[in-house]
Design a protein around this ligand. Structure first.
Ligand SMILES: *[C@@H]1O[C@H](CO)[C@@H](O)[C@H](O)[C@H]1NC(C)=O
Length: 261
């Protein structure tokens, strides 16, 4: 099995996090094992469990811009109740934006969530605690208008909640101005397939573990949504640990397909 160069970087990166040492060691053992024996057969694909119509209807949509959308997707992906995530462009006026020419749009993540498990208010807390809204037109090394901070709202109730939470954030930030915009959600343009579940796509082992889903299935898969956050180490600590344990357990039991978390 060929492991691309990028993956070695990923493993190197994982070694620097104590909670991932066990996982890293197991992955290395696994690689050696596969190289030597090739006795593990990964099925080509597994159909994802279909979401019932009623579950699908119950889902709500929230869109946020908080810097690079690769990271934003990972930040929201493994929260309880988050079923799907999609990266894309919104907040500008250019029609049909693309990654290399997104005009005045911002990089965004669209989060589809079950309101019985998670509220818009909870998502706002995650939004604030995962970027620096005081930085003007950028996040860390990513500089440019496409990385600006935006909460998209649908209707007056969400608009009110967003304003209240922005005021609270401004109080916490004291004299530094919180730059976050609050905009009514207009058109959300999904980004090109390469950018969807970007973090997960850097890890061929995990891709195989869920059955090498074709691109469109990977984009809609709730499991991939969670693992995309896990692999970026952006899940809440308790969830990160739980997924770690589950994956280690699966490796111990001889690598069947991971179907759910
Ligand atoms: C906005 O809210 C309305 C009413 O709750 C809903 O029907 C509509 O689908 C929502 N729009 C989006 C883009 O989520």
């Amino acid at each position: 099995m060929a492991v691309p160069e990028r993956n070695h970087n990923r493993f190197y990166h994982l070694h620097h996090h104590h909670q991932h040492q066990v996982f890293s060691v197991l992955i290395v053992l696994f690689l050696i094992h596969v190289d030597n024996a090739l006795c593990i057969r990964f099925p080509d694909r597994v159909a994802p469990p279909a979401l019932h119509q009623s579950d699908q209807q119950r889902l709500q949509v929230a869109v946020f811009a908080l810097g690079s959308f690769w990271r934003s997707e990972a930040v929201f992906g493994c929260l309880p109740g988050v079923v799907h995530t999609t990266v894309g462009y919104a907040g500008g006026s250019k029609s049909n934006p693309e990654y290399r020419s997104l005009g005045d749009h911002a990089e965004c993540v669209k989060v589809e969530y079950d309101p019985q498990q998670n509220s818009f208010r909870d998502l706002l807390d995650v939004f604030w605690s995962n970027h620096d809204p005081r930085q003007v037109y950028g996040q860390g090394p990513d500089v440019g208008k496409q990385y600006r901070s935006i909460i998209f709202v649908n209707g007056t109730e969400e608009s009110r909640m967003a304003s209240v939470s922005k005021e609270q954030e401004q109080t916490r930030s004291r004299s530094s101005i919180v730059t976050t915009q609050i905009l009514q959600l207009g058109t959300f343009y999904p980004a090109e397939p390469d950018h969807q579940k970007f973090e997960l796509k850097q890890n061929t082992i995990l891709l195989q573990l869920i059955g090498n889903l074709p691109a469109e299935e990977l984009e809609r898969s709730s499991l991939a949504t969670k693992l995309n956050g896990y692999v970026a180490e952006l899940c809440p600590p308790n969830i990160q640990k739980r997924i770690d344990a589950k994956i280690n357990d699966i490796i111990k039991r001889g690598w069947p397909i991971l179907r759910e978390l």
